[in-house]
Design a protein around this ligand. Structure first.
Ligand code: ADP
Length: 669
């Protein structure tokens, strides 16, 4: 009966409990870990976003400082004209506009002049002024335009400078218009623009302004093409500061735009529009910063100022536009500054961030914080303040992949899943091995138990014979002479058999305790086979065996003679035991290349193919009907193989069920 509480069954129970406990623990931990992991990833993302925002703020500040230094450096090395003409600021796209003033707050760039703040001009000559007066009298009081024209022309001779000449041409052009001579007026105004575009009147107002104003009023003339060119050149001069900007510039620009609007958009019109836009920008630059600069210069309380490198301070525009500011340096002879707009600045700073410092990738954007409606952080989207100068804006940071956390958790799940399956797999393999091992142990126990009864039986049989024949001799029941000799012979043979059995058991036990160790010596195998055959002859004869010997001699090999004898006897004994009808035995000794082979061939019951590996295992016996009649211990082949291998030989078998077997002992020679 199987005892369920053997050591092994306890082991299985422990193993199962361990598997269940560990498995559940693993599942629990995985679930815990995955939900923790989600939280951790989200936390990590928020943290990285915060760090990124910190880095951004720092870089932003640095960028402003660098720009101030670059600008200061440039301004100190080169003239404003050169900087503009050679577009030296093009490499700094963050800078939108630049400005320069004098100590009195007059704008030198863009060149702007209030009519009353003009520098003193050379005053006109007396005769010139007289002639102009007379001419004006003819024009306005007498309305004698021809006379007036003559007088203006004669005043021209007294003109001392371009300003005086321009004044005359302006008057003459006016006369032509009054006389309806538009063609002449056109020419004359054009002349002012080409020859006297710098000229200003006594209040510092450029004659060019009058000219353009009047030219635009002349009904749409054939001169349209020429007028476009004139406007391009006039506006270019304005934008380059060659003609001064003033409070009338805006009106003039509106007039120009009204004139261009209905026109077909050819290259000239487009150029005009572009220049108008440019000049409008210059004017709004002045509008925006004139007052803050003035306040700064008189040391007033200007909001949002802070010192930068090189003495640049930050000024905000009057227009209330929040995405622009001016960096202005008042502490130099001709104070200057430059405006920055947020968009390019934001892009430039963004480029400078080290994206490889974060584990995840982020998308950065600039968003406006509309009024009281504050941008609230939501999940992985965070908004950060990044600069006190642009406090209407927030830096929005979002992971590039919106699914990032889910993706990560999913990956984790897969890894855990695989890990879990692996652990289960390993556990299953372990369990299987344990069960197999247990089965083997159980089988071994059974075999061992069988062995004891088998060996008892095996030993008993020859002992009984010996006892019986010896007793017969003792009580004199044996016919004398050859009869007695025959009995004695039986006793000797049976005791030989007994000895072989005992030797087998002894060798087996020696092998089990690793003590099967032989002294080898050069031996003639043919002698050895012959002697063994002689010793076994008795058993072969009484079993009516036909024996064939095919022996090559001499054949020397380094062996342990007693061991070989015992091995060979075991094989012959098996051949006898497992042959039922066809009782024939062939024993061969042959040399094949560098090997000596001893073959024992029988024509008995044979061994099933699938059992060929098992027959060498200890206690193993093939379980079949044919086998049943033969008694045995299941040790014979185990010991035979051990004996041969202990002499560096090999024991091989080939067998066909029902036809017979060949066992081969092989030694290297
Ligand atoms: P046993 O004491 O049973 O003979 P062995 O180890 O010598 O033990 O042999 C193991 C098993 O191998 C035997 O029980 C038998 O089934 C099989 N066997 C061994 N020799 C032969 C053979 N010559 N022919 C057929 N079966 C054999």
């Amino acid at each position: 009966m199987i005892n369920f509480f053997t050591k092994e069954s306890k082991l299985i129970v422990i193993f199962f409990l361990t598997v269940i406990v560990l498995g559940s623990l693993l599942v629990y931990l995985s679930i815990q870990n995955i939900s923790n992991f989600k939280e951790l990833t989200e936390k990590k993302i928020s943290e990285e976003e915060r760090n990124l925002a910190g880095q951004y703020t720092l870089e932003f500040q640095k960028e402003l400082e660098t720009l101030a230094l670059t600008f200061e450096d440039l301004m100190s090395k080169d003239s404003m004209i050169n900087i503009l003409r050679f577009k030296k600021l093009d490499t700094v796209p963050m800078i939108k506009q630049i400005l320069k003033i004098n100590k009195n707050g007059v704008f030198l760039w863009p060149h702007f002049s209030d009519a009353n703040s003009t520098t003193k001009k050379e005053s006109p000559s007396f005769p010139y002024l007289e002639k102009i007066k007379i001419a004006e009298h003819s024009e306005f009081a007498d309305q004698d335009y021809l006379m007036a024209e003559d007088r203006y022309v004669s005043a021209l001779k007294g003109a001392r400078n371009k300003s005086d000449s321009a004044n005359v041409f302006n008057a003459i052009s006016r006369l032509y218009l009054k006389m309806g001579q538009t063609e002449k007026a056109f020419k004359s105004y054009t002349l002012i623009l080409s020859k006297f575009h710098h000229a200003v009147n006594s209040s510092g107002f450029p004659y060019a302004y009058y000219a353009v104003n009047q030219l635009l009023k002349i009904p749409k003339a054939k001169k349209n093409v020429a007028l476009k060119k004139i406007l391009v050149s006039f506006l270019s001069s304005l934008s380059e500061g060659l003609i001064v900007l003033n409070h009338s510039t805006t009106d003039l620009l509106v007039q120009i735009s009204t004139w261009t609007e209905p026109q077909e958009k050819d290259a000239d019109i487009l150029k005009i529009e572009e220049l108008v836009k440019h000049i409008t920008d210059q004017l709004s630059l002045i509008d925006n910063y004139k007052q803050p600069i003035a306040e700064l210069l008189i040391g007033g309380n200007v909001n949002h100022t802070e010192m930068f490198f090189g003495g640049y301070v930050v000024l905000k525009p009057l227009s209330g536009s929040t995405d622009e500011l001016l960096l202005f340096n008042k502490s130099i002879m001709k104070p200057n500054g430059f405006t920055l707009t947020l968009e390019p600045l934001f892009d430039s700073v963004k480029q400078q961030l080290f994206s490889d410092l974060t584990a995840f990738e982020y998308h950065l954007a600039m968003v406006k914080n509309e009024g009281q409606h504050h941008l609230s952080t939501n999940g992985l989207i965070n908004y950060f303040e990044f600069s006190p100068y642009f406090n209407d804006y927030r830096l929005k940071i979002v992971p590039k992949n919106a699914q990032i956390v889910e993706d990560y958790v999913f990956k984790r799940k897969i890894i855990f899943g695989i890990g879990f399956l692996l652990v289960l797999g390993v556990m299953a393999i372990g369990l299987n091995l344990l069960v197999q091992d247990l089965k083997r142990k159980k089988q071994m126990e059974r075999l061992r138990a069988d062995f004891v009864s088998n060996v008892t039986h095996e030993l008993k049989t020859p002992l009984t014979s010996i006892h019986m024949f010896a007793e017969s001799i003792l009580i004199g029941r044996v016919p004398s002479g050859s009869g007695l000799k025959k009995y004695a012979n039986i006793i000797v043979k049976e005791s030989n058999k007994l000895q072989r059995m005992i030797n087998n058991i002894l060798d087996f036990s020696r092998k089990e305790s690793n003590k099967l160790d032989y002294q080898l010596k050069e031996t003639d195998l043919s002698d050895l086979v012959h002697t063994t055959m002689e010793e076994m002859n008795y058993w072969l004869e009484i079993s009516n065996f036909k024996v064939v010997l095919e022996i090559e001699q001499p054949l020397l090999a380094k062996v342990h003679p007693e061991g070989v004898k015992q091995a060979l006897s075991n094989l012959i004994s098996n051949a006898i035991k497992y042959s039922q009808t066809n009782k024939k035995l062939i024993v061969r000794l042959l040399k094949k290349e560098n090997r000596a082979l001893i073959e024992v061939e029988d024509f008995g019951i044979g061994i099933p193919r699938e059992k060929l590996n098992l027959i060498f295992e200890k206690f193993y016996r093939v379980n079949s009907v044919e086998n049943e009649s033969a008694s045995g211990t299941g040790l014979g082949l185990t010991v035979t193989r051990d004996i041969i291998e202990a002499q560096n030989g090999k024991l091989l078998v080939s067998s066909t069920l029902g036809k017979g077997s060949i066992f081969t002992i092989m030694f290297h020679i």
